[in-house]
Design a protein around this ligand. Structure first.
Ligand code: HEM
Length: 188
């Protein structure tokens, strides 16, 4: 059956990953301002820990995107615009993949997952680490730009086309309770 809005798992994955990606991007750039301080170490552990959760969620989301119930497309856009939206969503998936994979492969040392577990770095060759550091910086910058475009498109839908596109990712409204006249007897 074709649904009007995304299923609850897709909504949960979209918003939790949006929070992680926006947080990690902002924190990643803020870290440049606090190099050599305790704040840098704290932000670094938090960033790697949230990125680890984000990687697991990313795999779940990518797999689920092929199995979830289909969502009807909105009537306010042309076929060309719908194709652009599909293309941008695929580019977002590709960029998230590049950001997460390069983030692990650029690690020169093991890292702490929320100060609880030490996770080893998968690659110990510095030249390969440096190459993936470059890939990571470039893919983070492009992901940031595409996310800004993505949010811009939502604002355009919301305030220009006024089609309330965002409702497709919001929890469904609770159904009104229908009462029969007989059930209402005795109620004030
Ligand atoms: C405040 C931030 C965000 C808002 C308001 C927002 C809003 C939306 C909306 C309304 C849709 C549905 C579009 C449609 O049905 O055609 C959507 C889909 C999508 N968004 Fe976002 N988004 C945000 C952040 C992000 C971020 C940070 C990412 C990932 C980097 C992202 C990735 C996606 C993807 C891949 C889809 C396609 C549906 C899916 O596969 O889950 N969004 N977003």
């Amino acid at each position: 059956m074709i649904q009007k809005r995304y299923d609850s798992l897709s909504r949960l994955l979209h918003w939790s990953m949006a929070a992680i990606i926006i947080y990690a991007t902002v924190a990643g750039y803020v870290m440049h301002l606090v190099v050599g301080t305790k704040a840098f170490e704290v932000l670094s552990v938090l960033n790697m820990s949230f990125a680890t959760i984000g990687t697991v969620l990313f795999v779940m989301r990518w797999v689920w995107s092929y199995f979830r119930p289909a969502v009807a497309s909105v009537n306010s856009t042309t076929t060309f615009e719908k194709n652009i939206a599909k293309f941008v969503h695929s580019v977002l998936y590709l960029l998230m993949f590049l950001v997460f994979v390069s983030g692990f492969l650029m690690l020169k040392e093991p890292y702490w997952f929320f100060w609880l577990v030490k996770v080893p770095n998968p690659v110990t060759d510095m030249v390969i680490n440096d190459f993936f550091f470059f890939v990571h910086r470039a893919s983070c910058a492009v992901l940031g730009l595409v996310v800004v475009m993505h949010i811009g498109a939502v604002v355009y839908h919301q305030f220009w086309l006024r089609d309330n596109l965002i409702a497709r990712l919001m929890p469904s409204k609770p159904k009104p309770v229908v009462m029969h006249l007989s059930q209402k007897k005795g109620r004030v």
